[in-house]
Ligand binder design. Structure first.
Ligand SMILES: Cc1cc2nc3c(=O)[nH]c(=O)nc-3n(C[C@H](O)[C@H](O)[C@H](O)COP(=O)(O)OP(=O)(O)OC[C@H]3O[C@@H](n4cnc5c(N)ncnc54)[C@H](O)[C@@H]3O)c2cc1C
Length: 308
């Protein structure tokens, strides 16, 4: 079997296949050790070939969006990490916008606004990719991806499916089974390629004003100027995670350079050189304190990945 480098010489020579690549710069937490290999496909063919290479060689693989919902281990990630940033295309057809997985939500929202298409304003401050947002059913300010999604194209990472004459799985809206920060892409293990969003016509100026308003609200309340992975914990039923943490007196509580944000207790932030181990220790400390005081077990919303 060919090595990755032998199998993808063009990707290697163009700098889209990297070895022992530190992952901290690919994570909004700015934390994470090296990936054995990081590949950045720019076409469906390259993505399928990379997956086939991993499946045929029994190499573990992982799809990386913008890394804004991840805590990556200090030891990094083994196997092949597939970064979707170059899998990037945005098009419009009437009131529908199609976006590839590697497009950022900001790019999608700005494009929709310029085109006079409303509905995505809620997402303009969520710092992830379209792939990550559909996978997670990202949401904010009363809106969720499920409200605007029309359909998606996905891949099933299995050799038979990827080598079939048509490996693309067409997913209608209802097939996504969207729930709070969850979609069927997670339970089915599918890879998101692209989605079409159904939007409503409106004046670009009116859309821009709503986006700016939400942007200001977010900047007022959340530590957008500090490295983090967004809300650390899921919202427990009947409570707000940030308030529980605050009521336990943990505002600003720090382990090394990892700290509960002073601005919003639902966020853990990196003061500069935090390690994943420090963040994990802080997560456990917060979980135990809240459990002891209020009997509520906070579940992490951020995904903890890599070699522990
Ligand atoms: C400051 C800040 C504020 C945030 N605010 C919000 C908010 O208001 N609402 C909200 O919902 N989230 C919020 N988040 C969290 C995060 O932005 C979202 O969860 C986002 O959808 C993650 O997208 P991503 O591309 O960064 O995914 P990543 O973090 O790279 O990955 C997350 C998961 O998605 C999977 N994935 C990524 N791309 C694909 C793909 N193409 N196919 C299959 N799986 C894929 C990954 O394997 C991983 O399991 C915030 C984060 C930060 C840092």
């Amino acid at each position: 079997m060919k090595t990755l480098k032998q199998a993808f010489p063009e990707m290697y020579e163009s700098g889209r296949l990297l070895f022992d690549e530190p992952l901290a710069p690919y994570s909004s937490f700015q934390i994470g050790g090296p990936a054995d290999a990081l590949a950045k496909p720019k076409s469906q063919r390259e993505l399928i070939d990379l997956l086939l290479w991993a499946l045929n060689s029994n190499t573990p693989w992982f799809i990386l969006g913008k890394g804004t919902n991840l805590l990556i281990s200090d030891k990094g990630m083994r196997g092949l990490i597939i970064g979707m940033e170059n899998y990037h295309k945005l098009t419009r057809d009437e009131n529908f916008i199609s976006a590839f997985a590697g497009v950022t939500l900001k790019e999608l929202c700005d494009f929709a606004q310029e085109q006079g298409l409303a509905g995505l304003e809620f997402a303009c401050g969520i710092p992830g990719s379209v792939g990550g947002a559909v996978f997670m059913n990202a949401g904010a300010y009363g809106g969720e991806i499920k409200d605007v999604l029309y359909c998606s194209k996905c891949l099933k990472p299995e050799i038979d499916s990827l080598t079939s004459s048509n490996p693309i799985i067409h997913f209608r809206k209802e097939q996504h089974e969207f729930r709070y920060r969850n979609s069927a892409l997670q339970s089915l293990g599918l890879i998101h390629l692209s989605s079409v969003f159904e939007l409503k016509y409106d004046e670009p100026e009116a859309i821009l004003m709503r986006m700016q308003d939400l942007h200001d609200q977010r900047n007022d309340k959340q530590p957008m100027d500090m490295p983090s992975a967004g809300s650390t914990f899921k919202r427990p039923e009947g409570y707000f995670a940030g308030k529980l943490v605050d009521d336990c007196g943990l505002r600003g509580y720090r382990i090394g350079d990892a700290a509960v944000s002073d601005k919003h207790c639902g966020f853990i932030v990196n003061h500069g050189n935090a390690t994943a181990a420090e963040v994990l220790e802080l997560i456990r400390y917060v979980q135990n304190t809240v459990k002891e005081r209020y009997g509520v077990m906070l579940e992490t919303e951020i995904r903890i990945v890599g070699e522990m």
